[in-house]
Design a protein around this ligand. Structure first.
Ligand code: PEP
Ligand code: MG
Length: 583
């Protein structure tokens, strides 16, 4: 039977394919009493589950891509060793016999007691090994529950042409799955501007989030249609529905092909106002997508993705190599805005699989520049690498999450120190490399004027600016309905920042997702913005809107949107701002 489910659309495109369900929820385990005559059979069941887990891990180890970091192999090896350990393998067997219980329960009890021991260890390395034990046990538990064919770990399998349905996915998972060839994904949790959603857009993977309790309705053998524009999932579509979506898929392809005609066109409005249109990237490999659409500048390079799916941070050389690849891929005269790392909240080293920095409010805690200033061993190699890369091309450095001038002075002192070190060692760098800050904390938006004297440029990060202004966790689908770029408070902060920067003649751009949303491009032009940085998928569409816009009159209409005192008026004025766009 065909079934339709609705979620939050986060990345456009239609995908049709087989489902692959990934369960990350802990499995509920109960105890069962077993008669004595069944115990041998239960022990044998446990042993064969362990054997199969071992075989699965060996297969994973043998299939690790050659270019994967060495940490991946040692991580798998350590799990294999645990499957030889008597504490994990023999102890549950004794328990099955002594307690006359099921294998799952025995394994759970043994795992709980090992976890307790690990937790009491002072050594942070050893206490973190707890997660490894839990990982290995989870694999055996899944096999005991009958999931014998699928390793249920996105690291482990080929996901070519699969549509992944999961409770949640981290940005790190998304990267791995893209390498494994997924068609689309749908999750039960997550928000529109979570980094997982941003990645999906940037990688061109159709995606839907916030599909609460979808998994019970989807079986491993189902065929799915994912419509990333409307947030609709159709489970086992009828032939007619399938036909309709295939037609729409072709239509979207034609639309994309039409847009490519704009590749070489200059980015200016009908009345000849020059607009800067740059692209956001996460990886050096994204340069291929940038070139495909004819982009020639990077307005935001999210360098924290260098830290994901690995256990130790990259060293200076790795940073430098990545930046050098971007610069040489794009051409030395193109702007490359390297944002210093923004780890914390939903982006953790290795995707948070092994180390959990759980604080009460991670988005308000040690994130981005705060983390960097606290842990200079993390920050210094990156600063040196960015400065060295500045000798190779037109590099700009951008700092995320700045909230006050003192913080900025701390950063600029650190940069000065690093410049001195490099000079001493005769290492080349650009002493005039532009240094900018992101406007993503409301305090920064309100005080933009205080910064104009010190910074070379600004970039508005609306993903966080909206999160912090409206007090809405951007990864929480439960409050997603409040996430509103048109909220008067957000628009006023944006306008305030643009006006302060323009008044001081300091470049200001926007690299948050609001800039990539076709509904807001003209509004932002009308508010005085002359520079955008968008995801590669949105680049040509944004260019089309810009080249079809006339600045005359836009500022008056944008101000009407800004001044509207009720939602209906605001939407009406916005419609006038966007008049003619759908034609
Ligand atoms: C933003 O906050 O708008 C932004 C561009 O940064 P990120 O999405 O990486 O937090
Ligand atoms: Mg941000």
């Amino acid at each position: 039977m065909s079934l339709t489910l609705h979620g939050i659309p986060v990345s456009k495109g239609i995908a049709i394919g087989k489902v692959r369900i990934i369960d990350r929820d802990p499995i509920e385990i109960n105890e069962y009493f077993l008669p004595k005559q069944n115990l041998d059979e239960e022990v044998a069941r446990f042993q064969s589950a362990v054997d199969l887990a071992r075989q699965q891990l060996e297969k994973v180890r043998d299939n690790i891509p050659k270019d994967a970091s060495a940490d991946v192999a040692s991580f798998i090896e350590s799990h294999l060793l645990m499957l030889e350990d008597s504490l994990l393998i023999q102890a549950p067997i004794s328990m099955i016999i002594e307690r006359q219980c099921n294998a799952e329960w025995a394994l759970k009890l043994q795992c709980d007691s090992l976890v307790k021991v690990f937790e009491q260890m002072d050594d942070p390395y050893l206490s973190a090994r707890r997660v490894d034990v839990e990982n290995v046990v989870a694999r055996v538990q899944r096999i005991l529950r009958g999931y014998t064919d699928l390793p249920n770990d996105p690291f482990d399998e080929n996901l070519t042409n699969a549509i992944v349905v999961s409770d949640d996915l981290t940005p790190a998972d998304t990267i791995v799955m893209q390498h494994r060839g997924i068609l689309a994904f749908a999750t039960e949790f997550g928000g529109l501007t979570s980094h997982t959603a941003i990645l999906a857009r940037s990688l061109g993977i159709p995606a839907i989030v916030g599909l609460r309790r979808a998994r019970p309705y989807i079986k491993a053998t189902d065929i799915l249609i994912v419509d990333g524009s409307t947030g609709v999932i159709i489970v086992n579509p009828t032939d007619r529905i399938l036909h309709y979506y295939k037609l729409r898929q072709q239509e979207q392809k034609r639309h994309k092909a039409k847009l490519t005609k704009l590749r070489e066109a200059p980015t200016k409005t009908l009345d000849d106002t020059q607009i800067t249109l740059h692209i956001n990237i996460e990886f050096p490999e994204d340069i291929a997508a940038v070139k495909r659409v004819g982009g020639d500048g990077i307005g935001l390079y999210r360098t924290e993705f260098l830290f994901m799916n690995r256990r130790s941070p990259p060293d200076e050389e790795e940073h430098f190599d990545a930046y050098a690849r971007v610069i040489s891929g794009l051409g030395t005269s193109s702007t490359v805005t390297i944002r210093t790392l923004d780890l914390g909240a939903d982006k953790q080293i290795d995707g948070g699989r092994h180390e959990h920095f759980l604080t009460a409010n991670p988005a308000l805690g040690l994130r981005a520049i705060r983390l960097c200033l606290k842990d200079l061993t993390l920050f210094r190699p990156q600063l040196r690498a960015i400065l060295r890369a500045s000798a190779l091309g037109n590099v700009h450095m951008m700092i995320p999450m700045v909230s006050g001038l003192q913080e900025f002075f701390q950063i600029s002192n650190l940069i000065k120190e690093t410049c001195k070190e490099l000079t001493k060692k005769s290492i080349a760098f650009n002493p005039n490399m532009p240094l900018g800050v992101m406007i993503e904390v409301p305090a920064m938006a309100i005080c933009t004027d205080l910064f104009t004297e010190y910074v070379d440029f600004f970039s508005i990060g609306t993903n966080d600016l909206i999160q912090y202004t409206l007090a809405i966790d951007r990864v929480d689908d439960a409050v997603n309905y409040l996430y509103d770029p048109l909220h008067p408070a957000v628009l006023r902060l944006i306008k305030m920042s643009i006006d302060s920067a323009n008044k001081a003649d300091k470049p200001i751009s926007m690299c948050g997702e609001m800039a990539s949303d076709s509904r807001y491009v003209r509004l932002l032009l009308g508010l005085g913005l002359r520079s955008f940085s968008v995801n590669p998928e949105a680049f040509l569409e944004t260019k089309q809107i810009i080249t079809n816009s006339d600045m005359r009159g836009l500022s008056r209409l944008a101000n009407k949107v800004l001044q509207a005192n009720n939602r209906e008026d605001m939407e009406n004025w916005l419609e006038l701002v966007n008049a003619g766009l759908d034609e």
